[in-house]
Ligand binder design. Structure first.
Ligand code: ASP
Length: 338
């Protein structure tokens, strides 16, 4: 009997060793061969095509092609729940570096805005680095009669039972901006949720909705061509771009503490190997220094992130600090979704 036990344990030991070797070989082979030539890279976007997050992802897909050796990169729009469905999808994907999430400030506001999330922002992701920050603008349908912010607030007060405000769903940046704005005005507006602001801005131009607060990377072209009316920008200082420089900051308009900048970052599922994480980091650095990519983003009012938040650890620390920053503000506003 003891001999049998011994045989088994030697067999088990050998089996364990071969499993370990196989696993170590598997991981390093995967890291060395990343990106796999026969598997496309999928950039998951939590909102509709044509919106600011989608545009960033598509510009990145173009800029990443060269640093990743010409691999096929696809953008997948996974819609719903203000970004939570896409985020969950990436949290559960294989951590092989081929599925990434491009998301914005929603990563930090979702945990406070949405009560039930089926993922943990803190622990379910490998952080890869941040890309850029974008201020927001308060815009209205072109037929709205108010010509400046003062007139706009008077119009809202007069029409308070029928004013509506679009957004990209609970937990989205436009939702957050809308909440802060309503809190500053001490008024409530009917919320019209979409699955991304590309659809909201189409309806704004058509006069189906009254107001929207959204990133300059989405609104600028429409402001420039007078397809929407613009009233204010949410940055600390006025923006230098000709189409946006006439817009006052909320601070200038006497609205204290209303400053929102929508930052964007890149995430892989947790468990990404350090080798693949390093390869992604190098590829993202190449994007951040690609003059065509940078010029395109800056022309739409985005500010490229060039500080330590492009490093995975600092990106993670920043998201944690933003969760801590926004949680009391959102709680004080008393808004959640189930
Ligand atoms: N900018 C949108 C938001 O409000 C989402 C989108 O990119 O469509 O969060």
């Amino acid at each position: 009997m003891p001999a049998v036990t011994n045989k088994r344990s030697v067999g088990g030991w050998l089996q364990g060793l071969s499993a370990l070797l196989c696993c170590v070989w598997g991981v390093s082979a995967a890291a060395q061969s990343f990106p796999l030539k026969d598997k496309p890279i999928t950039l998951v976007v939590p909102f509709t095509a044509g919106g600011p997050t989608d545009r960033l992802a598509r510009d990145m897909a173009e800029a990443l092609r060269k640093p990743l050796g010409g691999v096929t990169i696809v953008v997948e729009n996974v819609l719903g729940a203000g970004g939570a469905i896409a985020t969950h999808k990436v949290a559960k994907a294989a951590p092989d570096g081929h599925t990434l999430l491009i998301h914005h400030i929603g990563m930090a506001t979702m945990p406070s805005l949405v009560r039930k999330l089926n993922f943990q922002v803190e622990t379910d992701f490998t952080y890869l680095g941040m890309i850029h920050e974008v201020p927001m603008t308060i815009v209205a349908r072109p037929t709205l009669e108010a010509t400046d912010y003062k007139q706009l607030t008077a119009w809202i007060a007069k029409n308070k039972d029928r004013v509506n405000l679009g957004n990209a769903g609970v937990g989205s940046a436009s939702h957050l901006c809308g909440l802060l704005w309503q809190a500053s005005l001490r008024t409530e507006m009917a919320s019209i949720p979409y699955k991304g602001v590309s659809m909201a801005i189409t309806d704004l131009m058509g006069g189906q909705i009254d107001l929207l607060c959204d990133q300059t990377t989405n609104t600028m072209a429409y402001i420039e061509s007078n397809k929407v009316k613009a009233y204010a920008v949410t940055s600390a200082k006025r923006l230098a771009l000709p189409a946006l420089s006439p817009l006052p900051t909320m601070q200038e308009l006497g609205v204290k503490g209303f400053q929102v900048s929508i930052w964007h970052g890149v995430y892989a599922p947790k468990g990404l190997s350090p080798q693949v994480q390093a390869k992604w980091h190098t590829a993202l650095r190449a994007v951040l220094t690609d003059p065509t990519f940078v010029k395109k983003q800056e022309a739409l009012g985005a500010l490229m992130i060039t500080d330590k938040r492009t490093e995975p650890d600092e990106h993670r620390k920043f998201v944690m600090s933003e969760i801590a920053k926004w949680s009391p503000i959102i709680k004080a506003a008393g808004v959640y979704a189930d």
